[in-house]
Design a protein around this ligand. Structure first.
Ligand code: ADP
Ligand code: GN1
Ligand code: MG
Length: 365
């Protein structure tokens, strides 16, 4: 851990580093909690090694994060909020840079640790999930004033499901680690739904729905909930903020939060779609986003949830077939297990699509 503490010391931290330990449950970056002793007080920071194979252009990524956090911080201060709690705050290096590159080329950054909060891995409390929906809605509505042309596209075609399908097909055809035979059912599931891939991309192309600045990774553990009030206070993991569709943010949050089980639950009998949580989230989200959502977007919220779950499952399956190069895994079949939970959820959502559409209509103003 010495090495981690040495890296932490490159940043403008208050006090002496006393410990550094792995933290959180993200699939992409390596995250550490750093404790510093500052006189009587201990102060914590989040130190992250950014994933360079996922984000090859760290410079653009950090420019986006710096721009967005400055924009949000200003907005929060204007409305009298606590900007160090309601958005991420970058801590610069001693040279004043937004990130540090160490000798081996690894790139590191530090944020203030937002204390007394919880990043839930699952939720069964409808009130908390409704508030999560509201917070994501408010977040997207707030970004409407942000100039999208300032943002670099950190991962090209991130939620372009057609592009994801083409990559899936290429990896399947190559079958370079010989795993295709062990995933025939899952492969068939993806192929049978190929027509899903062009729907949202097509609506964006035809300008039937607006291109917005979106978060693109709105899972529950990317929003911090105040431990006392249980209010959703801070949207984190801003790495994938890019132009996109509101349907991606709504859908991805539903994908993760409305499941009755973990994303990597092996027992599929435990995996179900919780329509009550869906209703709670939809209510909160539509309140949060306010009048700026279009009728066409409302009409497609339910489909967006199916699409994002299908896409995520396809991404897990692609990574499994490719030999696990993208998502962090804990055992060899981890990505296959993850894709199975997603496809179970897709099937469940398909069954209650009509109900989901009614719920969206009910809460749309
Ligand atoms: P990844 O891209 O790997 O998902 P995240 O930026 O989401 O990385 O961070 C991983 C986890 O670390 C989060 O889910 C959350 O639990 C925790 N975390 C990240 N930033 C902060 C912060 N500023 N304060 C408190 N916890 C944080
Ligand atoms: C990754 O970084 P994290 O763990 O919050 C991924 C998302 C997936 C998600 C699946 C940059 O999110 O797109 O939906 O895993 N992030 C990136 O859990 O690819
Ligand atoms: Mg995350």
């Amino acid at each position: 851990m010495n090495n981690i503490a040495d890296i932490a010391k490159k940043f403008q931290l208050k006090g002496e580093v006393v410990s550094a330990a792995p933290y959180g449950d993200g699939h992409i970056n390596d995250t550490y909690a750093i404790v510093c002793a500052d006189g009587e007080n201990n102060r914590r920071y989040i130190l992250q090694r950014m994933n360079k194979s996922v984000f090859p252009d760290i410079e653009t990524l950090m420019e986006n994060v710096a721009l967005v956090t400055e924009f949000l911080s200003k907005k929060i201060k204007e409305r009298g909020g606590d900007s160090e709690r309601e958005t991420l705050t970058l801590v610069r290096t001693k040279e004043g840079k937004t990130y540090y590159v160490c000798e081996n080329g690894d790139c590191w950054r530090v944020f203030l640790f937002i204390e007394n909060t919880i990043a839930y891995q699952s939720v069964d409390n409808a009130d908390i999930f409704e508030d999560t929906g509201r917070a994501f809605g408010v977040f997207i509505a707030g970004l409407a004033e942000f100039d999208a042309s300032k943002l670099g596209e950190v991962i090209k075609n991130f939620h372009n499901t057609r592009d994801r399908f083409n990559k899936f097909t290429a990896v399947l055809n190559a079958d370079k680690v010989g795993r295709a035979a062990s995933a025939q059912k899952e492969i068939g599931f993806v192929k049978a739904r190929e027509e899903y891939c062009d729907r949202v991309v097509g609506m964006l192309e035809r300008k039937e729905i607006p291109l917005r600045v979106t978060h693109n990774d709105t899972k529950l553990n990317n929003i911090l909930i105040d431990a006392d009030t249980k209010k959703a206070i801070c949207v984190i993991d801003l790495d994938t903020i890019m132009p996109g569709s509101l349907l991606y943010d709504f859908g991805d949050a539903v994908r993760f939060g409305c499941s009755t089980a973990a994303e990597d639950e092996k027992d599929l009998d435990k995996v179900d779609f919780d329509i009550e949580l869906y209703e709670a989230f939809t209510k909160g989200f539509l309140e949060g986003i306010g009048g700026s959502i279009t009728a066409k977007e409302v009409e497609n919220l339910a489909f967006g949830s199916i699409l994002m779950t299908y896409e995520c499952g396809m991404r897990f399956l692609t990574d499994y077939l490719d030999g696990d190069n993208y998502f962090k895994i804990k055992y060899p079949e981890h990505n296959l297990v993850r894709c199975r939970t997603q496809f179970k959820l897709v099937a469940k959502m398909e069954e209650c699509l009509d109900k989901m559409n009614l719920i969206a209509r009910k809460y749309a103003k």
